[in-house]
Design a protein around this ligand. Structure first.
Ligand SMILES: NC(=O)c1ccc[n+]([C@@H]2O[C@H](COP(=O)([O-])OP(=O)(O)OC[C@H]3O[C@@H](n4cnc5c(N)ncnc54)[C@H](O)[C@@H]3O)[C@@H](O)[C@H]2O)c1
Length: 361
């Protein structure tokens, strides 16, 4: 069984340790914060703990060792490159890196080390509802697909304020790389791309804003977006061209709305992909015409008994290394999706439309 080396003993490092324990892997952890390391050891007393990552990585590598990078995004690429240099596979938590250059450098380092690079923005893949949606889309049952809506607006759910309020780096662009797009947009696009399988994405327009609220902190840097939107033109492997209306908010003055929907000429498909929203129940709805009327058939899945989303990235990564057909997010696909995320920032800042192809990476 792979040995697991976790860099960062914070919130998500501990979730990866749970996944490692379920896999029966020996756990190593590095963090310069004594408090974080102690909190980790309270939960996983058998883990080998190190105050710095280089010391941990100097342990001679085994062929199937896995390093999990579970630190703030600005540190992902430098740590991943050191982990590859130590002769290990690397699973980076989301977002893959800080900048697109980071993502490309991580991929180059993986290729030159002959090791695998994975990204944990696949946390919501493998759930029955999303896999069913993927099956429906890939079967061609929708007819020609021409449009999709990916929208997830929360009124007040900002990481670092309403969620995990003690973790303020989420709010500081120089450490997080951005706000809700880096935090949640990565999941939206990874999940949507898993179903649609794009080979090319054009970002036609994009915008970002941070509507002020009475809970905005004034004692720390808070310069990240909380509301983002974009129009994408996506080309699928089946050569369909799909216009995607994308929107995500962790704070806006508007109403809450959640929809993931694909429009085909013959049928439309809508599905739930977040496992905790409806008591673990998730609908997959297919609408079609019957004698001039729009009728809907709904299949409901119980996601509450499925593997926890925080345990999936490491589980999939380790199983992918063993050749199992799991929805791991690896190499080109990981960097391609991240390129679109970073591209949305650039287009929102006025770069003009940008195009990314899977074969670019
Ligand atoms: N919090 C969540 O719910 C969540 C969920 C999924 C993914 N993530 C992602 O996981 C990553 C970490 O987030 P978190 O919430 O666990 O943050 P956190 O602040 O709780 O933990 C990060 C830890 O990394 C440590 N660290 C920083 N630099 C380091 C270095 N050079 N070497 C070793 N350790 C270092 C810090 O001391 C800290 O203990 C981020 O990329 C985040 O987007 C977080």
């Amino acid at each position: 069984m792979s040995r697991v080396f976790i860099i960062g003993a914070g919130f998500i490092g501990r979730a990866h340790a749970e996944a490692a324990a379920l896999l029966g892997s020996a756990i190593h952890v590095a963090d310069p914060s004594e408090a974080a390391l102690q909190g980790f050891l309270d939960k996983f007393p058998e883990a080998a703990a190190f105050p710095d990552a280089d010391k941990m990585l100097s342990i001679p590598a085994h062929e199937d060792d896995v390093v999990v990078v579970a630190t703030p995004p600005v540190t992902h690429a430098p740590l991943a490159k050191r982990a590859f240099a130590s002769g290990r596979h690397v699973l980076a938590d989301k977002p893959l890196g800080f900048s697109l250059a980071d993502g490309q450098e991580m991929l180059t380092a993986a290729r030159s080390a002959g090791k695998r690079l994975g990204c944990a923005s696949n946390r919501f893949l493998g759930y029955a509802s999303t896999e069913r949606a993927r099956q429906i889309v890939q079967s061609g049952a929708l007819g020609e697909i021409y449009h999709a809506t990916v929208c997830h607006r929360r009124a007040r759910m900002r990481s670092g304020i309403e969620y995990q309020p003690e973790t303020r780096w989420f709010l500081d662009k120089s450490r997080s790389g951005g706000g809700v797009m880096m935090d949640w947009g990565v999941y939206d696009l990874t999940t949507f791309f898993h179903v649609l399988e794009p080979i090319k994405v054009e970002i036609l327009q994009a915008w970002m804003r941070r509507p002020p609220t009475g809970a905005d902190p004034t004692d720390v840097v808070f310069d990240v977006e909380t509301h983002v939107g974009a129009t994408l033109r996506v080309t699928t492997a089946a050569a369909e061209t799909v216009i995607v209306d994308y929107e995500r908010a962790s704070a806006s003055q508007g109403s809450e709305r959640m929809i993931m929907e694909v429009d085909g000429l013959t049928r439309a498909l809508r599905w739930d992909w977040i496992p905790w929203l409806k008591d673990g129940k998730a609908d997959v709805a297919v609408r079609e015409d019957e004698g001039g009327k729009a009728v809907e058939q709904i299949q409901t899945f119980d996601l509450s008994r499925e593997q926890h989303f925080h345990h999936r990235p490491l589980n999939y990564f380790v199983r992918a290394l063993q050749g199992e057909p799991v929805p791991a997010l690896l190499h080109s696909r990981a960097v391609f999706g991240f390129a679109v995320v970073r591209g949305i920032y650039e287009v929102a800042q006025g770069s003009g439309p940008l195009t990314f192809e899977l074969t670019d990476f």
